[in-house]
Ligand binder design. Structure first.
Ligand code: SF4
Length: 427
């Protein structure tokens, strides 16, 4: 039978030594995830229990939403409001009552914790239970932390989905559960490909609306769409679901490997798989080849940020001809990114966590052609003449699956082209 599994290198990185760093880190906090989660979950509201800093972060990350009634907000806890925790809880309850009275369209309300010590003292889990009782059955209230002390920016989505898992209904139905907040256009493509192969039923977490919330149980097979969903995956396993082990669907090869793993699980034969994927695979290869002209033989250095680093390093080295110098990730869970590590040829430093000054020293010494990092590091590195790519763009841009594979490669090619242009002008 024809096999669509990718050919691993002689020596992959699964067993490569991992440089573990536990120093200062420069990453956005988990509140950032609200920006893409609120677009996905159309009857949810995210109420950040936090400070003015949190409100500013959300406002600047989301842009100013003047015309739309936003589906996130900040309940600001001022120090002077906190004569006692009882007061703060009453204030929170009043805020929620006011919000839900004004917005009857809200069906799911997330209380999102943050860093200020006043917030940490509040028991938001208890508050969510209390408010669920008060507003059931119309609204379910859940809580999670997006605090910068506890979460890096993509961990906010993980914490949000993990909070939902215990509330999912039980089901014994044999089903595929796609887990991760994909942009609608990408989710539709995934569902279309799976439908054409005959994989059914397929459900999504998160769902667009509370009424479409999937069930979970022993016959649920989970395909993660994002590599940062460690806690969610563990919670789903505790509910009896089984996790598929596959590379993530970035690039032609990653998408094919991800789909092929699902296809094998659901008994799709190789001919059907080829009939459904041949055309989009060819389109993806062609689109990647165009961007790869700029990327080939260029070196890349990843600071730990989005947790997409390992699958992206696999894509950029294998499909675009780049050389990875260092691949840093905030956390490395080999159960989840192991298949990508298997495909990443040994060579780069694999680093977990961060000690930002030490990593900057390594990066400056290596002088990579392209550095993937957060906004705070990008500006200084650019001023030193290094080309950078903001990691946050990778979660705000549709980058999964075949039709976006060219755009994904293009995201990395653009800063190199810009720098080449600028140096041409300077010369
Ligand atoms: Fe709020 Fe903490 Fe995030 Fe700053 S790091 S925006 S205080 S949650």
């Amino acid at each position: 039978m024809k096999d669509f599994a990718p050919q691993p290198p002689a020596h992959g990185c699964r067993n490569a030594p991992v440089l573990k760093e536990r120093g200062q880190r420069e990453v956005f906090c988990g509140l950032t995830g609200i920006i893409w989660l609120h677009r996905k979950m159309q009857d949810a509201f995210f109420l950040v229990v936090g400070s003015r800093t949190c409100a500013h972060l959300l406002q600047s990350a989301a842009g100013v939403m003047i015309f739309a009634e936003p589906r996130f907000g900040t309940a600001i806890l001022e120090e002077k409001d906190l004569a006692g925790l009882a007061c703060a809880n009453e204030e929170l309850d009043r805020e929620v009552d006011r919000l839900l009275a004004r917005r009857p369209d809200i069906r799911q309300l997330f209380l999102v914790g943050s860093c200020p010590s006043e917030v940490i003292k509040l028991d938001l889990h208890r508050a969510a239970e209390r408010l669920t009782q008060r507003h059931a059955p119309h609204v379910r209230v859940l809580n999670y932390s997006g605090s910068g002390i506890e979460t890096t920016f993509t961990e906010g989505e993980d914490a949000c989905l993990a909070a939902m898992v215990p509330t999912l209904p039980d089901t014994n139905e044999r089903q595929l559960l796609l887990v991760g907040a994909l942009p609608d256009v990408v989710e539709d493509q995934a569902l279309g490909l799976l439908r054409d192969m005959g994989v059914a039923p397929v459900r999504c977490l998160p769902a667009h609306r509370a009424a479409e919330t999937p069930g979970v149980g022993a016959n649920t097979v989970v395909a993660l769409t994002q590599p940062f969903l460690n806690e969610t995956a563990a919670f789903l396993e505790r509910r009896g679901a089984r996790l598929l082990s596959a590379p993530f669907p970035f690039g032609e090869e990653g998408t094919t490997a991800w789909l092929w793993t699902i296809a094998q699980e659901f008994g799709v034969d190789a001919d059907t798989f080829a009939r459904v994927t041949d055309a989009p695979r060819a389109r993806a290869r062609k689109a990647i080849a165009a961007a790869a002209e700029t990327l080939r033989d260029k070196s890349i250095f990843f600071f730990p940020d989005s947790q997409l680093e390992i699958p992206l390093a696999r894509f950029l080295t294998r499909e675009c001809g780049m050389t990875a110098v260092e691949v840093g990730a905030p956390f490395i869970n080999k159960q989840i990114v192991g298949p990508d590590l298997d495909l990443l040829a040994e060579g780069p430093v694999i680093a977990e966590g961060q000690d930002v000054d030490l990593q900057l020293d390594r990066c400056r010494a290596a002088r990579p052609d392209l550095t993937v990092c957060g906004l705070g590091l990008a500006n200084p590195l650019e001023s030193e003449g290094m080309a950078t790519k903001w990691a946050i763009e990778l979660v705000f841009t549709p980058v999964h699956l075949y039709e976006q594979a060219g755009d994904l490669a293009g995201l990395f090619a653009r800063p190199l082209r810009r720098r080449a242009l600028l140096s041409g002008l300077e010369g």
